[in-house]
Design a protein around this ligand. Sequence first.
Ligand code: ATP
Length: 421
Amino acid sequence: MRMNLSAELDRWLSPETRELLVRIGACATCLGYHAYLVGGPVRDLLLGRPSCDLDVVVEGDAPAVACAATTPDQSTPVVHSAFGTATIQMDVSRIDLATARAESYERPGALPTVYPGTIEQDLVRRDFTVNAMALTLDGRCRGELLDLHGGRSDLDHGFLRVLHESSFIDDATRILRGVRYEQRFGFVFEKRTLELLERDLRYMNCISADRVRHEFERTFEEEEPEQTLRRLDVLGVLGVIHPTLLFHSQKSWALASARRSARSPTELHNVYWCLLAWGVSADDVETLGERLNLARGAREALADSCELALLEARLDDPGLAPSEVFDLLHRRSHAALQAAELMFVRPTARGHISHFVRRLRHVRPSLTGKDLQALGVPEGPLMGRILSSLRSACLNGEVASREDEVALVRRLVNPVSWPLE
Ligand code: ATP
């Protein structure tokens, strides 16, 4: 049955985006092409969910349509001629235009070979039926739904269904994408798709480090990534990616807590990595970093969190002086400290980490290196030792004023003469 959604589409779009999409449709017609809204935005429109990034497929030269549809007062499209794509960035949203393409896979997990194709070929290469629908943007059929794979019905039933039996073999990142959609929309894998997923899990090993990491990073951007990670664990996907990876309810709770106190998205991602890998040994963390080709910051945070995990027993001592806590914890990355605070099970150790993060690491003596030079301390290792003793004294409350600090420096510089003062 034909279905026209132009009224729903117009209500769903902002006036600025609506106007631009109308122009894209008109320009495609003028150039003798057809243009379609495809994939995620069609799914989100039907679900009544907002979507900032819109994907348009053109049966023809997509960059030419993008250039013809934008006026000089709008941002110039960024064109990638070699890929037949163009991006138009607006204030809050973005439209990606791509030339319709067909593709073939030379081997499992390889990036596909692509060549220009029809909208039907473009849709059949997609991951799930709910992402394989298109809306016509040009001509009299504007708003007509092209649903060749039963996406609408699957959307109504909340089913994730692959388009063919070797979908996960061709590209096992679809398993990670599918679990993300499952959790985001509250969908379930259709029965046969779930069988295929379980059958083809091992093809995850054919996927490059960067592509697997990218899917994790997209998962981290979900509202509640812990749901997806938990499900990946239950389905055995985490274990295939790296045998030591596991996710359980304490980690779920920790991820949600980390989100509430995050200072920046990059730092939050690093905390997520530490939590995900919490409990993994130092050697395994190294191979995990390689399997996912993690950035240096994330690898350092992971290495720190391994060391912190080993320090939990030592930190579980209520008699530790603040300077001892400082010595054990300083120079550790903030992400690793946050993960440790959330994952430590011994309350005293947890308390020491909180105290360090909130207070101890900010403690500084009032005397600086320059002040020490003025007091006759030469630059070099001695100055380093004196500065660190000063900080320990401040941390332990052994000095309370600048005068106390000066007196301590004098004693440290000239230990034999101080009793005579
Ligand atoms: P999200 O809401 O997470 O951004 P999206 O559906 O817009 O979801 P994108 O990753 O932006 O997802 O991909 C755009 C479209 O490209 C998808 O809707 C899907 O049809 C197709 N697609 C993306 N990755 C794959 C893949 N690995 N295999 C097949 N089709 C894919």
